[in-house]
Ligand binder design. Structure first.
Ligand code: GAL
Length: 468
């Protein structure tokens, strides 16, 4: 049972909701982008079965979320309870939850912090305690909570009040229910949502378009619909570090598996959603997916950017159509370097280490083993600069591991100690003392020790054989 007391941990400098959930970005599937309002219990059962049969379940995709339009549209029952539409869900939601749980998955539901949902179904403003209690009694594990029909409470304080009321209602059920806010980035949600929810949508609705501008989606600011991948990504760049364990920026659902995006575009999208640590909620029809779609969604190297111990990616620069993004390992020794090409043709470019290890002459001088994570191409003894070819609308994703001694000159005022770890001797810094623990053994499917000091993590995939 969850404690009814609200506990907070630090996320991005703010106290975060600690309901024990979303320590890593949540993963799963949602009905909306493929089915809209055209859902029924078979839609959910088939999707859950497909997530299991395809093996997606083994990679962490666990929440099956029913979006808008699941209830009787005309209103509540005589006791004021929401009612599942019997024509769509003849066996009720509790039965459905039991089936989904029986497959080893979890189930989510949807409502709005307003008088009606976005598709004009009954919603939960003023009914938070009653609705949360009902969902908990059905065995619900996840709530997506939208922002339509807000009864005029659209100021920042109005938003905080509406979303806090449901947080408290969910906590008071005693059931762990992941709380996914969906206010489309209104009132700078990333500045206040960490103590309230496990994730918060920071933009309007995504569509399967790489960068087509659409009048419905503003170039900057909140809200909108038909937002492209690059539109959302560029908005996320400014606020990436607001997310952390327990509370994440939500860049909206994945559009991997939609045929109007080519393979490079889908890989770029999946890489960036993973690296920025957005929830990874699929939106395609999982009952009709191709092997190519599954291969993207189950790439362990890329999933580790999301579910492993890497920092949230931040953007180092944008130069014309090229963007450079980076993630750090917890001990700040290894780096993920993402070179993104949003332009219309393939590009080969040389990236000097001064652009990667900015103002850090020690790391700039080091020699690295670089692994490109989509192709698993390993290049040894990389020094000074790296030459990369990045496909049109594609990414090059390199993991940099120093192969020699690194003097971290950018933090020269601290005490320097030397420690041996996998791949050679690394000189690192610790404030006033020696480092006794390197970090965590990582990777999805990892069953070995959780902490390590040198090369004690081993795994069949070479990528995981190091102490992260
Ligand atoms: C939107 C939301 C979508 C979907 C839709 C349902 O506000 O952003 O993801 O939930 O409502 O009506």
């Amino acid at each position: 049972m969850l404690s009814k007391a609200i506990v907070f941990v630090l996320v991005g400098g703010a106290a975060a909701l600690d309901n024990g959930l979303a320590k890593k970005p949540q993963m799963g599937w949602n009905t909306w982008n493929t089915f809209g309002c055209n859902i029924n219990q078979q839609t959910i059962l088939s999707a859950a079965q497909a997530i299991k049969n395809s093996g997606l379940i083994n990679y962490g995709y666990e929440y099956v979320v029913i979006d808008d339009c699941w209830s009787v549209k005309s209103g509540r029952d005589g006791s004021g309870n929401l009612v599942a539409d019997p024509s769509k869900f003849p066996n009720g939601i509790k039965w459905l939850a039991d089936q989904v749980h029986g497959l080893g998955l979890k189930i989510g539901i949807y409502s709005s912090a307003g008088t009606l949902t976005c598709a004009s179904y009954p919603a939960s403003l003023g009914r938070e305690q009653q609705d949360a209690k009902l969902w908990a009694s059905w065995g619900i594990d996840y709530l997506k909570y939208d922002n339509c029909n807000d009864a005029g409470q659209s100021s920042q304080q109005g938003n905080i009040n509406r979303y806090t009321a449901m947080r408290d209602a969910l906590l008071s059920t005693g059931r762990p229910i992941l709380y996914s806010l969906c206010n489309w980035g209104v009132a700078q949600v990333w500045n206040w949502a960490a103590p309230i929810g496990n994730s918060w949508r920071m933009s309007g609705d995504i569509t399967a378009s790489f960068d087509t501008a659409n009048g419905g989606c503003p170039a900057t600011g909140s809200g909108g619909y038909l937002c492209s991948i690059m539109n959302i990504l560029n908005k996320a760049a400014d606020i990436a570090t607001k997310g952390g364990p327990g509370g994440w920026n939500d860049l909206d659902m994945l559009v991997v598996g939609f045929s109007n995006l080519n393979s490079d575009e889908q890989k770029l999208h999946f890489t960036m959603w993973a690296a920025i640590k957005s929830p990874l909620i699929m939106g395609h029809d999982v009952t009709k997916q191709t092997a190519a779609t599954i291969a993207i969604l189950t790439n362990r190297n890329i999933l580790d950017l999301s579910q492993g111990t890497w920092s949230v990616a931040t953007r180092t620069y944008v130069r014309s159509n090229i963007q450079l993004w980076q993630q750090n390992s917890p001990d700040n020794v290894d780096r993920i370097v993402i070179v993104l090409n949003s332009g219309g043709s393939d590009q080969t470019l040389t990236v000097p280490f001064s652009d990667i290890f900015v103002n850090d002459s020690g790391r700039q001088a080091a020699t690295y083993t670089v692994t490109e994570l989509w192709t698993n191409t390993v290049t040894n003894s990389v020094k000074g600069q790296i030459s990369v070819t990045v496909k049109r609308h594609g990414v090059w994703v390199g993991r940099f591991h120093p192969s020699g001694t690194v003097s971290t000159s950018s933090v020269s005022s601290r005490t320097t100690t030397s420690t041996t770890r996998a791949g050679g001797t690394t000189t690192t810094t610790a404030a006033g003392g020696s480092q006794t623990k390197w970090g965590q053994c990582g990777g999805i499917g990892w069953t070995g020790p959780t902490t390590c000091q040198d090369s004690t993590c081993t795994y069949s995939n070479p990528y995981y054989s190091q102490c992260l």
